[in-house]
Design a protein around this ligand. Sequence first.
Ligand code: ZN
Length: 221
Amino acid sequence: MSKIIFVIGPPGAGKGTQAKLLVEKTGFYHFITSREGKNYISSHMDDPETARQKELYDKGILFEPEWLIGVQKKRAEEILKENVSGIVFDGSPRTLYEAENLTKFLSDTVGKDNISAVVIEVSADEMKKRAGERLVCSKNENHVVSTRLDAEKKIGDPCKKCDGVLQKRDLDTEIEERIKQYQERTEPGIEYLKKNYTVFTVNGERLVEDVQADILRVLNL
Ligand SMILES: [Zn+2]
């Protein structure tokens, strides 16, 4: 039976990096919800509800939770049918609603025992420090590099993924808001997971490879 691993953590915890390493190690499918949402939109524009989500997205408004859950379920179902050995969810669930609904579907499909979550913990001070080390592409906010992980990178360098340039953002207010969102929206989802599934907590304030070694150890991989 396929395994499901949720990699969750506050802003700056390095969950994207850890999820990617975990995928390289296990060969599991790397499920990035925002990317799945965008791909789904581009291939389902004939569906009026999906077309409406694109309008929201283009205005910078988040996808509606009910629609997004539907996409996650459909995509997870398709992926699991391909007999993958597992799925790593990168940064999901983000809310209690998502935790309840996505895990319900997954546990009906692969069984509760095949679902686990890893929460990467970092302190608020560390989150703020790391936010200051982020350089973001001028053309796509998903193209991010950290000078903590890649000391060569500096402001004005070309983006590796497109023809934008790397910029520093004034993140002080933004990071406060993202931390608040995490505490108010994501933490209740983690509490729900802890009550119903196996949840491991790892200390994210260490070198990338040490955090990864810990994740592999707790997951028995
Ligand atoms: Zn870019």
